[in-house]
Design a protein around this ligand. Structure first.
Ligand code: KIV
Length: 271
C-alpha cells in the first residue's frame, strides 16, 4: 500500500474523542520499520518518531545533534510499517526555534518526505510563532512542555521541572496557548503529577505524560527503555515490561558459541 493511500485508524480527532470518553492513549516511540510494525500490531495508538533516536539509535549523549535528514530517514521507515497508529515526528533541534519561515520549511520537508501524520515541537510561548505558521499550513502539531531535552544546556539537568510556582504557572499558561493555537495534544515530561493532572483537567485536548503521573490522558515511553534493551537508564517513572537486554545477550552469545564450536550450521541448515 502506498503512503498516499493509507488512511490510518487513529486520527488527531480520535484522540480528542478518546479523552472525552475517558479512554487513555498509549504512545510509544519507534525509529525503524521492524520495531514500528510490532508496536503498531500491538495496539499502540500513537507512534512517536522521537528525537530520542539521537540517544538510543545513534548513541549521542543529548538529542541536539540529530539532523532533519536523520529524522526523515527514521520517520519514513516507521511510516512504511504503520497501518493503524497516528505517526508523530519530533522536529529536531535548530529546525524550528527562532525563525518561523525555517520552521515551516522544515515541517513541510518532514511531511512531504515521510508521509507522517503530525509533528511535535518542544516549548511554549517562545516557539508560538513557529507553531502558528506550521498549523496554518494544515500540519497537526503536538506540543511538548515540562522537561524539554532540546533545552538541556539551559536547564543543566534532566531533573523534574516546574516544581516552583513561577515555572508551574508558566507551564499552565503555555499549555493554554498551545491549545488556543490549535495543537491537537501536549506531551508533559517529568513534572509533578498534581500539576499534570491540573493541566489535563483544564485542557480539552489530550495530554500525554512521561514521568507526569496517572492524571494525564495518555502515557508515552521510549520503546528501548520499556523493553529493557537499555539497562543504563532507570528513572523512577520507567516501568520495564521485558528484559530484552538479557534475552538478546544470551541469544547472541549462544550463536557465537555455536559458530566457534562448528555446531552452526548443521546438516538441515545448509543446501
Ligand atoms: O524524543 C522522545 O522520545 C520524546 C519522548 C520522551 C516524549 O520526546
Amino acid at each position: 500500500m502506498s503512503v498516499e493511500s493509507k488512511v490510518r485508524a487513529v486520527t488527531t480527532l480520535r484522540l480528542t474523542e478518546m479523552k472525552s470518553r475517558g479512554e487513555k492513549i498509549a504512545m510509544l516511540t519507534s525509529y525503524d520499520y521492524s520495531m514500528a510494525r510490532i508496536a503498531d500490531a500491538s495496539g499502540v495508538d500513537v507512534i512517536l518518531v522521537g528525537d530520542s533516536a539521537a540517544n538510543v539509535m545513534a548513541g549521542y549523549e543529548t538529542t541536539l545533534p540529530i539532523t532533519l535528514d536523520m529524522m526523515i530517514y527514521h520517520a519514513s521507515s516507521v511510516v512504511r510499517a504503520v497501518n493503524r497508529a497516528l505517526v508523530v515526528v519530533d522536529m529536531p533541534f535548530g529546525t524550528y526555534q527562532g525563525n518561523s519561515k525555517v520552521a515551516l520549511d522544515s515541517a513541510v520537508r518532514i511531511m512531504k518526505e515521510t508521509g507522517a501524520d503530525a509533528l511535535k515541537l518542544e516549548g511554549g510561548e517562545e516557539i508560538l510563532e513557529s507553531v502558528n505558521r506550521i498549523l496554518t499550513a494544515g500540519i497537526p502539531v503536538m506540543g511538548h512542555l515540562g522537561l524539554t531535552p532540546q533545552s538541556i544546556h539551559k536547564f543543566g539537568t534532566y531533573n523534574v521541572r516546574a516544581k516552583e510556582e513561577a515555572e508551574a504557572a508558566k507551564l499552565v499558561r503555555d499549555a493554554h496557548l498551545l491549545e488556543d493555537a490549535g495543537c491537537f495534544a501536549v506531551t508533559l515530561e517529568k513534572i509533578p503529577a498534581a500539576l499534570a493532572a491540573r493541566v489535563s483537567d483544564e485542557l480539552y485536548i489530550p495530554t500525554i505524560g512521561i514521568g507526569a503521573g496517572g492524571g494525564c490522558d495518555g502515557q508515552v515511553l521510549v520503546i528501548h527503555d520499556m523493553l529493557g534493551i537499555n539497562k543504563e537508564f532507570s528513572p523512577r517513572f520507567l516501568r520495564r515490561y521485558a528484559d530484552l537486554h538479557t534475552i538478546m545477550t544470551d541469544a547472541i552469545g549462544r550463536y557465537v558459541s555455536d559458530v566457534k564450536a562448528q555446531e552452526f550450521p548443521n546438516e538441515q541448515e545448509q543446501y
